[in-house]
Design a protein around this ligand. Structure first.
Ligand code: DSN
Length: 432
């Protein structure tokens, strides 16, 4: 079921229907702690499953290449307007298919191939599209990387190293400075980046893929109006459909639009853009601000519970939606890979992650990344997050004993039954 309400429509394809039913059940009956995932509303699911998937709409509202785009124009204009209003931006492009496409489009708009870009290294908490050698970004531009400060016993380390960043900016003279992370649990203040960019004459891009919902909900500072370009994903903390968007001032609007189409993409996904419009509308409501604050509160509760259980937390804790756990203090033999696999069997879904200066490979790792956006949507609060921290520690400690794994799985099932993101009673009455 591409939405929890689509059972009937898929009756003619029982194979796919069965797989989708299983996935719905997996999401409902296990704890979702992947920091980049969420549970969308039924309205977002319904728009994603709409007939706009049938439409070709290359171009932009009022400037399409094919006929029949009156409603695609309406929905994309609405999505753009809602994104502008939500974030207070002069211009919004809502066509990027993903955060990676949004980042690539921003580079295409702002710099030339071969130019120097200063961004955070992947193994320090950055992203593949911040210049990893295996990414087209690393092959097309000359990336120079900054990282985080060394770990400190009092938890004051493992923060963005602005001294290193400033020194690199002065010596390397980048055309573009990039802020943004995928595995970093602290607030990212855009102002020091702006100051450094101005000092060396660089442009400044803020990749808000992870904190977009926290920014929209007022829980984190907004880079809009400070950065030249802000890229984001719509499916993480923002709780919309899988996709990306770009915000910028009028001075970069034409270059950004041209970079997305025809620079990188063909036909936009207007059904997803309709769902983005729904999500931007939802994020503008007062309850979304409460949600964003609760995501952060829940992460703090989860972090405190894990610290009590003997885990070392990278940077000593969290100020956002995620907790980066260094497993070595808990058990030097336990890798992120093994921990992820055991937790999967116990019904706790998360991802292994490298920690700064990780001695293990990205495939094995010494860390776990945990996040609270999804289960906060499902209604869990700080008590449940503390309980999840205790369950996680219990199963990792007793991982060689299948009875412990089975007992934790059973307690996870009971917990999830009380916090169902898509209750069957609501599914039955939903009107699509
Ligand atoms: N895969 C995303 C994440 O989990 O953070 C980043 O691309």
């Amino acid at each position: 079921m591409n939405s929890p309400d689509a059972d009937d429509a898929l009756a003619g394809d029982p194979e796919v229907a069965a797989i989708l039913a299983s996935e719905l059940e997996r999401q409902r009956s296990t704890v979702q702690l992947i920091a980049s995932e969420n549970f969308t509303s039924r309205a977002v699911l319904a728009a994603t499953a709409s007939v706009l998937t049938n439409k070709y709409s290359e171009g932009y509202p009022g400037r399409r290449y094919y006929g029949g785009n009156v409603f695609a124009d309406e929905v994309e204009s609405l999505a753009r307007e809602r994104a502008r209003t939500l974030f207070g931006a002069a211009h919004a492009n809502v066509q990027p298919h993903a955060g990676a496409s949004a980042n690539l489009a921003a580079y295409l708009a702002l710099v030339e191939p071969g130019d120097t870009i200063l961004a955070m290294r992947l193994d320090q908490g950055g992203h593949l599209t911040h210049g990893s050698p295996v990414s087209i970004t690393g092959k097309s531009y000359r990336f120079v990387s900054y990282g985080v400060t060394p770990a400190a016993d009092d938890g004051s380390g493992e923060r963005i190293d602005f001294d290193q960043l400033r020194d690199l900016a002065r010596t390397e003279r980048p055309r573009l400075l990039v802020a943004g992370t995928t595995a970093y649990s602290r607030v990212i203040d855009p102002r020091p980046f702006r100051e450094i960019a101005d000092e060396v004459g660089a442009l400044f891009m803020f990749d808000a893929a992870h904190p977009a919902g926290l920014i929209a909900g007022g829980a984190h500072p907004s880079p809009v109006g400070i950065a030249d370009v802000v890229t984001l994903t719509t499916h993480k903390t923002l709780r919309g459909p899988r996709g990306g968007a770009i915000l910028c001032g009028e001075e970069h609007a034409r270059a950004v639009d041209a970079a997305v189409f025809p620079g990188l993409q063909g036909g936009p996904l207007e059904h997803v853009i309709a769902a983005k419009a729904v999500a931007f509308g939802e994020a503008a409501r007062p309850e979304f601000a409460r949600y964003a604050a609760q995501v952060v509160g829940n992460a703090a509760a989860l972090a405190a519970s894990l610290a009590d259980e003997g885990f070392r937390l990278v940077s000593g804790g969290t100020e956002n939606h995620q907790v980066l756990v260094d497993l070595r203090a808990f058990d030097p033999e336990l890798t992120g890979k093994e921990a992820q696999e055991v937790l999967d069997r116990a019904g706790i879904t998360c991802n292994r992650n490298q920690i700064p200066d990780d001695p293990r490979s990205p495939f094995v790792t010494s860390g776990l990344r945990l996040g609270t956006p999804a289960e906060t949507t499902a209604g869990m609060g700080e008590d449940e997050m503390r309980a999840v921290g205790a369950l996680l520690a219990r199963v990792l400690r007793g991982r060689s004993d299948e009875r412990v794994v089975a007992q934790v799985r059973s307690e996870v099932t009971e917990l999830c039954a009380r916090f169902d993101p898509y209750p069957a009673s609501e599914r039955a009455s939903a009107v699509r």
